[in-house]
Design a protein around this ligand. Structure first.
Ligand code: ATP
Ligand code: ZN
Ligand code: ZN
Length: 824
């Protein structure tokens, strides 16, 4: 599949390859860190060298030494290669970086998702893991003859002089290139003469950061009260803290701590400090006594052996997280690690805190918002193989844990587990399943609103938590028909019932959540005189109006490409000054609240207000500290928030999620609304949910009203079956885009023809080509082809699809989305 080298592999110039050795010869296929070489290159292993798949190597490529990863060992050469064409591996830079079976997983992802292995590796590895190895050049002073400069070209002389100016005769190739124009030619020349050699230096980051840590080791009867306090604090934090943190937390001095050391109670020692995402330390907490359903679920999970799939279907607030917390204890005890995947960063602070509170610093957080240094160090920590808990977003499914004992996907229905913009277009749930199979460990999928995909999976354990903790009721849902509100003369964004509820909220000192599907202020701006709609100059969508506060700038922003401009004073088409804002976004709701309910303190929670690092956590802290009465936000607050004082949840307009065109629309709408409703009444006081809509008869609303997941699933699955949509059929979406409208359309037509010509046995249907629903985004025109075929578990039956990349002209990009969730 990936076995054909695309570039000619040049014969080894080192001369240390001995053809007599060919009987025992070993070769290794290497993925080199060079984006224009997507395939594997074959290299020879010198007899004294042993290499394992996953080792990082340095290998010659053209006239350079580059980094690469050993993928496979081979004992015979591909037919198109002969032995004397093969060059030697230079060195092993870093050994066995990856757990066994890890490469099988990456190859499977590449194959199933029609993606080059290199893209999979870039998704899986921390950025620059390969790139960090630095190519350096050093002199070989013993072989350089007298008057060497006389034999060289002027650039060769310059390189030689520069190297000689350094005592060690050693510089990075990059530095040489910066200092001397055309240095590479000079380097090559000196290499040919054998006067310099090149080598790869290990990544700089491997130099660990060391710091003093305090470890609790014993007791002593004769302690001062202050010392006893510090010791007790250390004990509560699990017996180990950084010195600086201990001093700060106890407001004490280092002499108190060294006093403790003298009395034999603690040891102070230097330890490697890994750069992790900083989260506040937690007081350790104890496992809760499980209710009956939780206990049953836990028993089943504890009894699993080898690969098994489990669906933990628990209504919102039923205590799924507590089940995970207790399920992983025996796994860690047995010396294995656990991987926990969560949908979004916004959800992680609360969940991570709960795991930290139970397992202290055995928990490590891994997601793409970490800095490069943090990611790199977290990786190294994982590779050590100590039993640990890794919590991360979708790419953490590739966390290189050597001994994996369980994978948990929380909120498994969530669409952010799917990568859509970049290759590979993988779904973390699908990959997690393969990984669990390879590692022979259980996979736990948890949700209050399972994906229909998981719901219909035949081979699985079904565990149900049908009630909330302490048998608290699910909140009653009232559906408000906004058409009637209008008839009754209510022009406010807030219906009568919602107004009453908001007034009561303040009176009772409770908190509420308002869900608005849209961020910004208004969805579009149009001219009252001529109807002109303000559109993005680069995309086929209208611009959203952003206006955060009285006197702030009034801007227009594109939610696809982020183009931003000032709101014009007059209509660009007719000059009329009367522009009207339609639709309702978070900013507008916040303003309306300030006007109509000046007493209510509100916080806005959407991607505009949570852009900076730590913003999620601080907004949620403000809210839980009761610095606001209402949280006003988008999609982001539908997930995982567990705040006991929240009694009211209102969906300002459900219509924004009900009306989407793709086949998943109903499923997603049900999940979103049921999740957001589930935030109400999780504490001692009963909750209440108000859903405002112009479509109270919609089947999604009806199922929601009764908290009836089963009824929803059954009705929706019948639709899917009738049209052979997933989970029954399988979809593959080919997305094409480019700057030239005609070229994109012609390529789309060509590719659709290719797809039809390959379909001799009528294995699949080809739909399209057709323009995408938003035909232009960020100046690029977009066309699509949809393939519908029968479902085959974990197999990619259309492996020829990768050939399609070759049919694409240079200016057209093709993204093959296997199992797409979004048709946009
Ligand atoms: N056995 C128990 N006894 C007492 N409290 C519990 C128990 N199990 C869970 N809880 C508490 O109940 C609350 C809800 O539990 P949790 O957040 O785990 O539910 P969930 O099913 O994960 O919720 P959701 O899916 O809605 O986010 C939490 O505050 C948790 O600490
Ligand atoms: Zn106009
Ligand atoms: Zn745009």
């Amino acid at each position: 599949m990936l076995n054909s080298p695309v570039v000619p592999v040049v014969a080894s110039s080192q001369g240390n390859y001995n053809p007599d050795n060919s009987q025992t010869a070993q070769w290794v296929e290497v993925l080199v860190d060079c984006p224009d070489i997507p395939g594997l290159l074959t290299y020879h292993l010198p007899s004294e060298m042993t290499v394992q798949p996953g080792d990082i190597l340095s290998v010659p490529l053209r006239n350079q030494i580059v980094g690469g990863i050993a993928i496979r060992l081979v004992s015979s050469l591909p037919e198109n290669l002969s032995e004397n064409q093969i060059r030697d591996v230079e060195t092993v830079v870093s050994e066995s970086l990856f757990p066994p079976r890890y490469w099988q997983l990456l190859e499977k992802v590449a194959h199933y998702y029609c993606s080059p292995l290199l893209s999979v590796i870039h998704t899986a590895l921390p950025p620059g893991l390969l790139g960090k190895s630095q190519l350096r050049i050093r002199l070989k002073p013993d072989v350089i003859p007298e008057g060497a400069t006389e034999f060289c070209s002027s650039v060769g002389v310059a390189v030689l002089r520069l190297l000689q100016s350094q005592q060690t005769g050693d510089y990075s190739a990059r530095y040489l290139r910066q200092q001397i124009k055309g240095a590479q030619r000079g380097i090559n020349e000196l290499m040919r003469r054998g006067w310099v050699e090149s080598y790869l230096q290990q990544p700089q980051q491997s130099r660990p950061k060391r710091q003093k840590a305090v470890l609790l080791v014993g007791e002593s009867p004769e302690l001062t009260p202050r010392q006893r306090e510090v010791l007790e604090f250390l004990r509560r934090r699990g017996g180990e803290l950084w010195l600086t943190e201990l001093l700060q937390a106890c407001s004490t001095t280092s002499s108190t701590v060294s006093g403790l050391e003298k009395k034999g109670c603690v040891v102070i020692q230097e330890q490697e400090r890994l750069r992790f995402a900083q989260t506040p330390d937690q007081e350790l907490d104890q496992p809760k006594t499980l209710n009956h359903a939780q206990q049953e679920a836990l028993n089943t999970i504890n009894a699993l052996d080898g690969f098994q799939q489990v669906l933990l279907h628990g209504v919102t607030g039923s205590g799924k997280t507590e089940v995970y917390l207790q399920a992983i204890a025996p796994i860690l005890q047995a010396g294995y690690s656990v991987l926990i995947l969560v949908p979004e960063i916004g959800l992680t602070p609360q969940l991570c805190d709960r795991f930290r509170a139970r397992y202290g610093n055995q928990v490590c957080i891994y997601h793409s918002a970490l800095s490069t240094g943090e990611r790199y160090d977290t990786w190294r920590q994982m590779l050590r193989g100590d039993p640990q808990i890794v919590i991360g977003t979708r790419s953490a499914v590739f966390a290189p844990l050597p001994k994996l004992g369980m994978i948990i996907l929380d909120e498994e229905h969530d669409s952010s587990f799917k990568q859509t913009q970049r290759l590979p277009t993988y779904h973390a749930r699908t990959v997690a399943k393969w990984r669990a199979e390879l590692e022979h460990c259980p996979l736990i999928l948890g949700s209050a609103t399972p994906s229909l995909e998981t719901w219909e999976t035949p081979e699985k354990y079904y565990l149900s938590l049908p009630e909330r903790i302490y048998s608290r009721p699910l909140p009653p849902i009232s559906v408000v028909d906004m058409r009637q509100e209008l008839q009754q003369g209510n022009r406010s964004i807030f219906s009568q019932p919602l107004q009453t509820a908001l007034q009561n909220l303040k009176a009772q000192g409770k908190q509420g959540i308002l869900f608005i599907p849209r961020r910004g202020h208004s969805t579009f701006v149009s001219c009252r005189s001529c109807g002109y709609v303000m559109e993005c100059p680069h995309c086929d969508v209208s611009l959203s109006y952003h206006y955060t506060h009285e006197g702030g700038t009034q801007s227009l922003r594109c939610h696809y490409c982020n183009h931003t401009q000032l709101q014009p004073k007059q209509c660009p088409a007719c000059g009329s000054p009367y522009l009207k804002h339609f639709g309702t976004g978070t900013q507008r709701v916040k303003q309306a609240l300030e006007q109509e309910f000046p007493d209510l303190r509100t916080l806005r929670f959407d991607s505009d207000t949570t852009r900076t690092k730590g913003a999620h956590r601080s907004l949620l802290n403000q809210f839980t500290n009761y610095e606001a009465d209402l949280l006003v936000g988008t999609q982001m607050l539908t997930k995982g928030l567990d705040i006991a004082q929240v009694t009211l949840v209102a969906v300002v307009s459900a219509d924004g999620v009900l009306h989407r065109s793709d086949y998943m629309a109903a499923e997603r709408a049900f999940q979103t609304l049921a999740q957001v409703a589930g935030r109400a009444g999780r504490g001692d006081d009963p909750g209440q949910v108000i859903i405002q809509t112009y479509n109270p008869e919609h089947p999604v609303i009806a199922a929601l009203y009764n908290h009836d997941y089963r009824r929803f699933a059954q009705a929706e699955l019948e639709n899917r079956y009738a049209y052979n949509y997933p989970p029954y059929g399988k979809l593959i979406l080919l997305n094409l885009s480019g700057l030239d409208a005609l070229e994109v359309q012609q390529t789309a037509t060509l590719l659709a023809d290719v797809c039809r010509s390959k379909n001799e046995e009528n294995q699949y249907e080809v739909l399209g080509p057709a323009p995408a629903s938003v035909m232009r985004i960020a100046r690029r025109y977009r066309w699509q082809i949809l393939l519908k075929c029968s479902r085959t578990e974990g197999e990619n039956q259309l492996s020829w699809l990768t050939d399609l990349y070759q049919f694409c002209p240079k200016n057209i990009s093709l993204n093959i989305d296997v199992d797409p969730l979004d048709m946009g």
